[in-house]
Design a protein around this ligand. Structure first.
Ligand code: CP3
Length: 339
């Protein structure tokens, strides 16, 4: 079995496997070259292009997992919403009324994104390492649908949860059904793990998380349990929510850079920890990079650890720096450091 899958299943491996959030993307010249010829949606919706971009970072770096090239917004247009990227998601018309929520369709799995299943088959035929499928968590998808675009503090969305809680639940319920179908399609096509991105969950207090996020995330993870693949979860800036997140039926929790992994370990009993180098460290000189990465590796001892960044890699990152990071992680023998 691969090191990534072993660690994700809870083994305290001799070396920490490494993959990088947003490992396919604009910091790679070969990505930008393709992107100059195609729109982002064209790249997502053409299986050969999506597979090619997924494989690009694996050709350059000795990574332990691949992540499907798509976006968290991929399954939403078939519900009847129009989304552009500029550079983040922008809704043509934000979804805010009960009537708009009622009008959203929840298509059958096969209709949602047939190009994704095909891309996964192409990737599996080529990739030397396991493939992680992914989706957006319902609360995070709803954040974009309601707010209508990226925002500093998502005030419209936070207001919506208070003014229209029933509409919010109706929306989250549909997004949950959609996500279950979409993620099942990915697993049936050959994805070997799934990560649920709850990027904006950290905006909310624990009470809001308990009401509007936890039951839906739980439903998704439970619906995928029968596949027996590792289930990964990330919420950014969410230390105050770990008392809830610890109960999610998933194997791995990805931690952002704000807190050392050793501090989080007792808060998430039984989970594999993933993370948590600050992506900005990849912009620092080589000596700083090595010292900070080794610090993260030491903090990750004492339980299963998958090395990653605390959030996505920045587009101005020099790919050479990522190659150095991979070397540092591969050299670090966790057994030699465990007392
Ligand atoms: O390599 C990978 O990690 C796989 C591909 C991937 C993309 N988006 C491609 C992408 C993944 C896993 C995502 C997830 C995603 N998308 C999240 C969750 C992770 C996180 O960052 O919190 C979120 C919130 C989005 C929404 C989104 N899509 C944003 C904010 C942006 C623009 C800014 C950015 O960070 O690049 C996108 C567009 C997007 N998604 C790009 C890529 C490669 C850039 C598109 C371009 O070429 O212009």
């Amino acid at each position: 079995m691969s090191l990534f899958l072993e660690a994700a299943r809870g083994q305290d491996t001799a070396r920490a496997p490494i993959w990088i959030m947003r490992q396919a993307g604009r910091y790679l010249s070969e990505y930008r070259a393709l992107r100059a010829r195609y729109s982002f949606w064209e790249m997502c919706r053409t299986p050969e292009l999506a597979a090619e971009v997924t494989l690009q970072p694996l050709r350059r770096f000795d990574l332990d997992a691949a992540i499907l090239f798509q976006d968290i917004m991929t399954p939403l247009p078939p519900m009847g919403v129009e989304i552009d990227f500029s550079p983040g998601p922008v809704l043509k018309e934000p979804v805010r009324s009960a009537q708009q929520v009622r009008a959203l369709r929840v298509p059958e799995g096969g209709e949602i994104a047939p190009f994704v299943a095909e891309a996964i088959r192409l990737i599996r035929a080529e990739s030397p390492v396991p493939l992680i499928g992914f989706g957006g968590a319902p609360l995070t998808l709803a954040t974009y649908l309601v707010q209508g675009s990226g925002s500093k503090d998502y005030d419209e969305f936070r207001q919506f949860l208070r003014y229209a809680p029933e509409t919010a639940h109706a929306l989250l319920d549909k997004l949950t059904d959609l996500s279950v179908r979409y993620l099942k399609v990915q697993l049936q096509a050959g994805a070997q793990a799934v990560q649920l991105f709850d990027s904006w969950a950290g905006l909310h207090d624990a009470r809001v998380y308990r009401e509007f996020a936890k039951p839906y995330n739980t439903r998704i993870f439970e619906a995928l349990a029968a596949f027996g693949v590792p289930r990964l979860y990330i919420a950014v800036g969410a230390l105050h929510l770990y008392g809830e997140i610890k109960d999610l039926p998933c194997e791995v929790v990805s931690v952002d850079w704000r807190v050392p992994l050793s501090h989080v370990r007792p808060l998430l009993p039984g989970k594999t920890l993933q993370g948590n180098l600050d992506p900005a460290v990849l912009l620092a000189p080589e000596g700083v990079l090595r010292a900070e990465a080794e610090r993260v590796l030491r903090e990750g001892l004492g339980g299963p650890h998958i090395f990653n960044l605390g959030h996505g890699i920045m587009r101005q990152t020099d790919p050479e720096r990522l190659a150095q990071l991979v070397a540092v992680v591969r050299e670090f023998d966790r057994r030699a450091h465990t007392t």
